[in-house]
Design a protein around this ligand. Structure first.
Ligand code: KIV
Length: 271
């Protein structure tokens, strides 16, 4: 029996082909085995083990507290479930800024200990050395520009980035630099749609947007937001495909009632 399946796995090469033929790339986050399995079986192209786990899994206010060990725990759970999608893991805050040797060892830990396929890093020129060193080890890197949540204390707020010319010019320069350095794609978060469209048309690598309009090569959302599990977060760019928090509360209330009324378990549910 072959250990290889017939499924055509998504690779960075496949993503480039998708951009060339104009097929949009669909990406979602996942942080655990069960959710990753459902998303992968639904046909998603990329699963991002985002450091948004810090918010939606751990309840922190920002992505800064999550550790490399915690990211490795989430990523290895996801990888065990995935048969088709490309799995990308966020390098957490503090693991790659400022020291490219530490950056490489963090990326190597992720690849070795999780079995993921690529890492994602926030920033442009300022992280070039770390990106280069990681790429030189054969680890694919997805860039992330625009609103980069690991820099929230520099920005001060989560408002739309790069509305002013100077910041927009720097973003375009950084996007070119990441492409030239060898990144296989870039996430653009919360920037004007026109600017994102310009970057997507100038670059050969796929550009994945979140709050960056429709003129890019693909879209990413946080799974808890698009399923309506998170309730308090509703930026303009978010389309909710379900109201799962209400459905879950309904199911849990029914369960509580059945237990209190001695209706669960019944005879068929007992041994
Ligand atoms: O951590 C994350 O979920 C992300 C996406 C919002 C792109 O970086």
């Amino acid at each position: 029996m072959s250990v290889h399946s017939d499924i055509r796995k998504i690779t960075t090469h496949v993503l480039h082909e998708m951009k060339l033929r104009g097929e949009k790339i669909a990406m979602l986050t996942a942080y655990d085995y069960s959710m990753a399995k459902i998303i992968d079986q639904s046909g998603i192209d990329i699963i991002l083990v985002g450091d948004s786990a810090s918010n939606v899994m751990a309840g922190h206010e920002s992505t800064l507290p999550i550790t490399l060990d915690e990211m490795i725990y989430h990523a290895s759970s996801v990888v065990r479930a995935v048969k088709r999608a490309l799995v990308v893991v966020d390098l957490p805050f503090g693991s790659y800024q400022g020291n490219s040797k530490l950056a490489l060892s963090a990326a190597i830990r992720i690849m070795k200990e999780t079995g993921a396929h690529a890492v994602k890093m926030e920033g442009g020129a300022e992280i070039k050395e770390s990106v280069e060193r990681i790429l030189s080890a054969g680890i694919p890197v997805l860039g992330h520009l625009g609103l980069t949540p690991q820099s929230i204390h520099k920005f001060g707020t989560y408002v739309v980035r790069a509305k002013e010319d100077a910041e927009a010019e720097k973003l375009v320069e950084d996007a070119h630099l990441l492409e030239e350095t060898g990144c296989f794609g870039i996430v653009l978060e919360k920037i004007p749609a026109k600017l994102a469209g310009k970057v997507a048309s100038e670059l050969r690598i796929p550009i994945i947007g979140i709050g960056a309009g429709s003129q890019v090569d693909g879209q990413v959302l946080v799974i808890h937001d698009m399923l309506g599990i998170t309730q308090e977060f509703s930026p303009r760019f978010l389309r909710r495909y379900h109201n799962l928090s209400e459905e879950m509360k309904g199911a849990v209330s029914n369960y509580i009632k059945d237990v209190k009324d001695c209706d669960f378990p019944n005879d068929q549910e007992s041994y």
